[in-house]
Structure formats: structure tokens, C-alpha cells
Design a binder for this molecule. Sequence first.
Ligand SMILES: *Cc1c(COP(=O)(O)O)cnc(C)c1O
Length: 394
Amino acid sequence: MADITGIRTPFYLYDLDLLKKTVSLASSEAGRYGYYIHYAIKANNDPVISSIIRDRGLGADCVSGNEVRRSLEYGFSPDTIVYAGVGKTDEEIKLALSENIFCFNCESVEELEVIGEIARVYGFKARVALRVNPAIEAETHRYITTGLDENKFGISLPHLKKALDICSNSDEIEFVGLHFHIGSQITSLEPYRRLCERVNSIWIEFDIERSGGRILNLGGGFGIDYTDPENNPIPDFGSFFALFNRHLSLPAGTEVRFELGRSLVGQCGRIVTRVLYTKKGVGKKFVITDAGMTELMRPSLYQASHRIINATSTGNPEKYDVVGPVCESTDVFGKDVILPETARGDIIHILSCGAYAGSMTLNFNLRDSAPSFYESGGSILTQTDLQGLNLQNR
Ligand SMILES: *Cc1c(COP(=O)(O)O)cnc(C)c1O
């Protein structure tokens, strides 16, 4: 760990060597079977991180017009960009059409009609994959499961036929295939195995091949180890992609794609924060850090837990609630966390903050926004340093 004394806390610290290793491994394991990966840029839209991923040949998966715009600015080629989201505005649809992105992942019959209408008015052709809700339990926290029947995401199976008919009757819409995304932070392969079986049967039942479907996009959701990130920094992409290769049975020529976010970037980031106070409560002790839910919302949003370490102290182990300074009772990073005896000024690291931390920041309490630093080959660099190096060795 390079020296960080003197840098104002809190900040995000990204390990670029780990990021490169992770993305390269994911890419090569997917490549064994000819699978293609889009990076879900909502996980982390940092320019350095996104550029490293783009340079390794991945496409972008966007969920807003601004993410489409930003991906283009970062140099993702339009024909590698896909765009999902249940509430695309007319302006966002028009933007994506005029930038000629690869395809919309369309989430409802109603949206499909609007896309067709806007394409007609402005003289565009819209490539569309239909996002199907396969009614599969993702075995993850209920707030981040997306594939159940009455979920706001995707077209449920009873409406799929109608959506396919709209596509085949439209001159403006080109149906390219089906899209699925069943949830996030999925750590068992079992839901994915069930997804494969569901996909195989949907492909036949709805005669997707005859409708012109040649793309199967399976989304993302592959989880990371939040409990022991130091010993398990890179997800098992080998087993992940091998599972799909084993269980999918689709017509020859069907192209399989994924949209990975967390599994690519989650472990490469940490939050570095300083202890402001250790406060004695009645029955417990609190460590109050200068980072809060404004820098990492996951614990307060969906009861997520992150590994927390004290990088300063070597004292005897004690139990603390580690909390932020924000005026919300849910601004808690961890309860009953065992840390070496902790004092004001100690440096605390919150691990696994590469995904859904920096991209979810809040401005609540008018908090300053935390800067990002990058660790590469043992030195700590700023974005300006990296631009000076022209992102060398990326
Ligand atoms: C968020 C999202 C992803 C990425 O999810 P991860 O859990 O970060 O891999 C992929 N596809 C869609 C449509 C998403 O909304």
C-alpha cells in the first residue's frame, strides 16, 4: 500500500492493477466460448476505470441517456452500446437513435410502441432486444432482484408474443433478440442454471429464431465476495461462463452477450476515511468516520455489509459500530465490527467499494464530493497524473 498520509479524507482509492487483471480474466474466459461483454457503466462511471475497460474491448451497457452520452465521450463505439431502463424519455430515445447505438433493451410493450413511433417520425431504424422477465428467484437481497413476475423490469412472458408481433409488424423496429437480467450480487450459479433452462425453452416456444432473434443478452448480476475480499479479489469467471456454455442450447449462430458491472469493478475500489471520534455509548462504542452514506449508500439502501479494516492501529481487538457523520440513523457502515483498538485520527478502509459507491454518491447535508485516486505499480496517482502518462500501460 503506497503512502496516503497528507491526502484529505474521505476519498476513493482504485487499484488499477487489480482492475486490469479482473477485466482481462473476464474477457478471456468469455472469449473461450465467443461470448461478448458489455460493461454496466452504472456500476462506476469513473473516466479512468471506464477507459481501462474500453481498452480491453468491452462494450457499454447504459441505463440512461446521459450514460449513453458519457460512454460515447469515453470512446465506446456506438455499435458496442446497449441501452436498458424502464423509463426511457422521448429525448433519451431520440438521442440513442441518432447516435445509432447497437440496440435498445426494451422493457415494455408500451415503450416498444413509443420507440417505433419516434423512429418513424425522425426516420430512424431502431434495433431492439426485448427484455424478458423470466420469473426466476435470483437468491439475493429482495431490493436487488429484478426477474420476478410482478417486478417493474422487463416484459413478462404473457406479453412477449404481443411484443414480438409489434416488432414484426413495424418497418422501423428491427428485432435482434432477447435480453435478461435477473438481479445483482448473485453468488450462487444455480439461478443462472435455471435461467439457461428458461431461455432454452423460451427460444423454442416463441420461435425466436424465426422472428430474427440472433442475440441473447443474459445481463449481469454476478456477485463478489464482500466478506473476504482480500483472499478472494477476483470472481470465478471461469466457472461462470462455463456454466452457460454447458447449459445453453440455442440455434447455431446465436450470439451470447453479458452485461457485467459489479464483478468487474467491485473489488478494485476502497474508501479511505479517517476516524473523527470514538464515542462511548451506554452499551457500545462507536467509531465515527469522516465518510458516510453520501460516499457509500449500499449499507443504508439495502443492508449491504462491507469489510472494514483499521490501517493504523495494531491494538487489541474491540467491538465497534462504525458510523458516518450524516444526519440519518441508517448512516451505519457496520454493527459490532471487530477492529483493533481505534482512536481519533486512525485511517479506516472500507473494502469492495469499486461498484455502486462512487456512482451512487449523494449531495445530502451539502457534503463535499469525495475525490478519486488511483494506485498503480505501488504509486498513488491522480486523474491528471494518469492523463500526463497518457494512461500508459493501460
Ligand atoms: C445493473 C445492470 C447490470 C449490471 O449488474 P451487476 O450486478 O453490476 O453486474 C446489467 N444489466 C442491467 C440491465 C442492469 O440494470
